[in-house]
Design a protein around this ligand. Structure first.
Ligand code: ADP
Length: 472
C-alpha cells in the first residue's frame, strides 16, 4: 500500500478513535449526570414522604388525610407501604400503569430504569416506541428514628429525557460521520501535499540517465528533510557524472590513441604484402595479421561509437525521416552479404512510418540487427523483416531461422562485450558490442529494443520507436 494511503489511514483511524471516545464519553457522561439528578429528585420525594409519618397514629397521616392528597404527586408514580407491607397511599398514575417494582428488603435504595407498556393511549403520557414509556424509579425502605416504618416506590417518566438523549446520540453520530469524512479527505489532501515533493524527486531521479546526467533535482527548501534529501541526491549525481565523464574520456582517448598506430601497422603490412621477394608462407601470415588488425579497427570504431552515442552531449542529428525507406536501404546493402551466404532476406510488411531520428545512427542500428541475423544463421537460411504501426509507435521486427539464443544468455546479450559462449568459440569476428550499440541508439531515440528466441527455431529482434505525426 502506498505511504500516502497508509498515512491517511493512520491519521484517520487515530483521530476518529479520539473523536469516538470523546463523543461516547460525552453521551454517557450526560446520561449519568441526568440520571443522577433524577435519582436525587426521587430520593428527595421519598424523604418528604418519610417525613409525613406520625408515630402516634403509626401512619403516614399527613399523606392520607390532608385534603386533595389523592391528587398529590400527579406527575409521579408513588406507592407507599406501611410496616406490615400494606399499601397506604398510591398516586393517580399507578391506576394507569403498573411498573411491577419489587419491594426492597434490605436497607439500600434500589434504582430501576423500566420500559412500561401503556395499556391504552393516555393523553398525559408521552409514549415512546410501541406505546412504551421509560421510567426511572427507586424502591427503598423509610425510617423513623432508625426503625423501619414502611416502603416507598417512587418513579417518574423519563421518556422526554430519553428522547433528548437519543437526539444527542444521533447528533454525535452524525458529527462523527462528518468528522470521519473531513478527516479522510483532509488527511489524504495533507499527505498528498506533503508527499508531492517526494513524488517529484522520484520522478526527476527516474528521468536522469547517462544522456542527461547533467540535470539536477530542484531544491525548494534547503533546510527541510526533503531539501536535504535532494541535496544529497544531487551530490551523488555530481559524483556519478564525474566518474562517468572520466570513463567516457578514457574510452574515447584510448580508442583514438590506438587508431593511428593500427593504421600505420596496417599500411606497413599491406606494403610488405606487395613485396615480390617475400615468401608465400610469410605472405599468408601477413594476411592473417591484416585481418586481425581489421577486427581491432572494427572494435575501436564500435567503442568510439559507444562513447559518442552515450555522451550527454552526443549531438544526435535529429530530423524527421522515413523509416521504411531507410530499412529498405539497409536490406539492400545487407542483401549483398546474405547472398554470399546463400541466404534470403524477405520483406513481410513495410508500412510507411516517419520517425524523428539520426539517419546515420538508425542505419547502424538496423544494419547491426540484419547483419547479426545473417551472421549467426547458417548458409541457406532466411531472414524476415517487417515494419508496422501500432498506435503512436512503429515496430520493426527482424526474424531469422538461425540457431536461436539460449534462455540463460537472453538477459545479457545487450550488455557490452557479452557474447554467447559457443559464438566466442566459433570466432565469428564479433566483439559483443553490436547489440549494446543497438540498445543505446534505440534508447537515445526514446524507443525500446527486445528479443525473443527459441533454440533451433530462430530469433526475433524488435525495435519500437515513437512515430512523428504527419502534421507535427
Ligand atoms: P557480436 O559483435 O558478437 O555480434 P552482438 O552484441 O551483436 O555482438 O551480439 C551479442 C551476442 O548475441 C552474439 O555473440 C551472438 O551470440 C548473439 N546474437 C546476436 N544476434 C543473434 C541472432 N540473430 N541469432 C543468434 N544469436 C545472436
Amino acid at each position: 500500500m502506498k505511504i500516502r494511503f497508509r498515512l491517511t489511514l493512520w491519521y484517520f483511524s487515530i483521530t476518529l478513535a479520539i473523536v469516538l471516545v470523546f463523543s461516547l464519553g460525552t453521551y454517557w457522561g450526560m446520561r449519568s449526570l441526568l440520571f443522577r439528578a433524577i435519582d436525587g429528585e426521587l430520593n428527595l420525594l421519598a424523604d418528604s414522604i418519610e417525613r409525613t409519618y406520625d408515630p402516634f397514629f403509626n401512619e403516614f397521616v399527613d399523606l392520607m388525610i390532608s385534603p386533595g392528597s389523592a391528587n398529590r404527586y400527579l406527575e409521579y408514580y408513588v406507592i407507599v407501604y406501611n410496616a406490615s407491607g400494606k399499601p397506604v397511599f398510591v398516586s393517580p398514575m399507578t391506576q394507569v400503569i403498573s411498573l411491577d417494582i419489587p419491594l426492597s428488603h434490605d436497607s439500600v435504595r434500589t434504582t430501576y430504569t423500566i420500559n412500561a407498556q401503556l395499556p391504552e393511549k393516555v393523553p398525559f403520557f408521552r409514549a415512546g416506541n410501541g406505546g412504551k414509556v421509560a421510567f426511572r424509579a427507586i424502591s427503598r425502605p423509610v425510617y423513623y428514628e432508625n426503625q423501619q416504618i414502611g416502603q416507598v416506590i417512587v418513579g417518574v417518566p423519563i421518556e422526554r429525557f430519553n428522547q433528548s438523549l437519543e437526539k444527542l446520540l444521533w447528533v454525535l453520530l452524525a458529527g462523527i460521520g462528518l468528522t470521519g469524512l473531513l478527516l479522510g479527505g483532509g488527511g489524504y489532501f495533507l499527505t498528498r501535499q506533503m508527499l508531492n515533493p517526494i513524488h517529484k524527486i522520484t520522478e526527476k531521479a527516474d528521468q536522469i540517465s547517462h544522456s542527461n546526467l547533467g540535470e539536477r533535482i530542484t531544491v525548494h527548501h534547503k533546510e527541510d528533510e526533503l531539501g536535504q534529501l535532494s541535496i544529497v541526491l544531487n551530490n551523488l549525481l555530481e559524483r556519478l557524472q564525474k566518474a562517468f565523464d572520466s570513463q567516457q574520456q578514457f574510452m574515447a582517448d584510448a580508442a583514438h590513441e590506438l587508431k593511428t598506430p593500427l593504421a600505420i601497422l596496417r599500411a606497413h603490412w599491406e606494403g610488405e604484402l606487395n613485396n615480390p621477394g617475400l615468401p608465400l608462407e610469410m605472405k599468408e601470415k601477413l594476411v592473417g595479421d591484416i585481418e586481425t588488425i581489421s577486427r581491432l579497427n572494427h572494435l575501436i570504431n564500435n567503442l568510439l561509437m559507444l562513447t559518442q552515442t552515450e555522451a550527454p552531449d552526443s549531438n544526435l542529428d535529429l530530423a524527421p525521416l522515413e523509416l521504411d525507406k531507410l530499412l529498405r536501404e539497409v536490406i539492400s546493402d545487407a542483401d549483398i552479404l546474405a547472398r554470399a551466404r546463400n541466404q534470403e532476406i524477405l520483406i513481410v510488411e513495410m508500412s510507411p512510418a516517419v520517425v524523428r531520428g539520426d539517419r546515420g545512427r538508425l542505419y547502424q542500428l538496423f544494419f547491426n540487427l540484419v547483419d547479426n541475423a545473417s551472421k549467426y544463421t547458417a548458409e541457406g537460411g532466411k531472414i524476415w523483416v517487417s515494419l508496422h504501426l501500432e498506435d503512436r509507435w512503429v515496430l520493426a521486427e527482424i526474424r531469422d531461422n538461425g540457431p536461436g539464443i539460449p534462455a540463460e544468455d537472453l538477459p545479457h546479450i545487450f550488455k557490452r562485450f557479452y557474447r554467447v559462449k559457443k559464438d566466442r568459440a566459433r570466432k565469428t569476428g564479433g566483439s559483443g558490442l553490436g547489440l549494446a550499440i543497438c540498445q543505446l541508439i534505440t534508447e537515445s531515440h526514446g524507443g525500446v529494443i527486445g528479443v525473443e528466441s527459441t533454440i533451433g527455431a530462430g530469433s526475433t529482434f524488435r525495435v519500437k520507436l515513437p512515430v512523428v505525426s504527419v502534421d507535427s
